[in-house]
Design a protein around this ligand. Structure first.
Ligand code: NAD
Length: 270
């Protein structure tokens, strides 16, 4: 992937859950576009440090910061460290997320709380800290025409109900209204907030869905474009939503799903 390293020059980005998958791709793509990047990780410190190493070796700027996005104290400490080391934040990619699947009647309160706390409350906590700094600093026209940008990693399951994954689908539906309400409240201060809704992208979160030929064939029936996505499909969308090229895009969801939300069951008539 190659970008003009000037696209996000002088901008400071934080990507949560960036030690793997879509967060890793987002961090690498943002760095290639010129942003200095915080690679947040939860437990995968070595992986995060290796991504930082690659970015720095490539001439970019990055640091790794560990924090559980579901914990208010940890999030505040992470932002304080970022502001100490990078001075400010211009771009937040609210990416960290997980699944804890169960049939509805077997779903424990712990299964429910874990997914809501990480996927939804984690996005609220990080967005709030980022917005505070955006408001404190305001617009710096030589850096960006926005005071700040937040990109919320949602899912096609913000609109497609998902049996066996009620906690996950609910968290993503919640992200949609969190994102839109924040965007409405903060637009006058020149803060832009949007979501990306990935379809099926090959990462560790969904290995079972694509790693065997049988599973992949079944999955492809749900994807009109005929291929499973790769993490860079999302990284490229993140860079665009973070850049001034998308300055008039606010409070919307960009579906990056190979057409998964086009009701593929109707491809050959109803
Ligand atoms: P992944 O498992 O590779 O990435 C999730 C990351 O979140 C991991 O690095 C994990 O360590 C981190 N994380 C988990 N709990 C955390 C916590 N409490 N604090 C900080 N970090 C934490 O999977 P992925 O596919 O890259 O998922 C990234 C995001 O994309 C998630 O929000 C997921 O719901 C969303 N998504 C993925 C797909 C897909 O097909 N891969 C589709 C739709 C949405």
């Amino acid at each position: 992937m190659s970008y003009s390293p000037c696209l996000l020059k002088g901008q400071k980005a934080l990507v949560t859950g960036a030690s793997s998958g879509l967060g890793e791709a987002s961090a690498r793509c943002l760095a290639k576009a010129g942003a200095a990047v915080v690679v947040n990780y939860h437990s995968e410190k070595e992986e995060a440090e290796s991504i930082v190493h690659d970015i720095v070796a490539d001439g970019g700027e990055a640091i790794a910061i560990g924090a559980n996005v579901a914990k208010e104290d940890g999030v505040k400490t992470m932002f304080a460290q970022m502001l100490r080391e990078f001075g400010t934040i211009d771009i937040l990619v609210n990416n960290a997320g997980l699944q804890k699947d169960a049939a509805f009647v077997d779903m424990t309160l712990n299964d429910w709380n874990l997914v809501i706390n990480v996927n939804l409350t984690g996005q609220f906590l990080c967005a709030r800290e980022a917005a505070k700094e955006f408001l404190r600093r305001g617009v710096k026209p030589d850096v960006s025409c926005a005071a700040g940008k937040i990109i919320c990693m949602s899912s096609v399951h913000q609109v497609i109900p998902w049996a066996g994954h009620v906690n996950y689908a609910t968290s993503k539906g919640g992200i949609d209204m969190l994102m839109k309400s924040m965007a409405l409240e903060l637009a006058p201060q020149k803060i832009r907030i949007n979501s990306i809704a990935p379809g099926a992208i090959e990462t560790q979160i969904n290995t079972a869905a694509w790693s065997t030929p049988e599973a992949k064939a079944k999955l492809l029936q749900l994807i009109p474009s005929g291929r499973v996505g790769i993490p860079d499909d999302i990284g490229k969308a993140v860079v665009w939503l973070a850049s001034d090229d998308s300055d008039y895009v606010n409070g919307t969801t960009l579906f990056v799903d190979g057409g998964m939300t086009l009701y593929p069951g109707f491809a050959k008539g109803g």
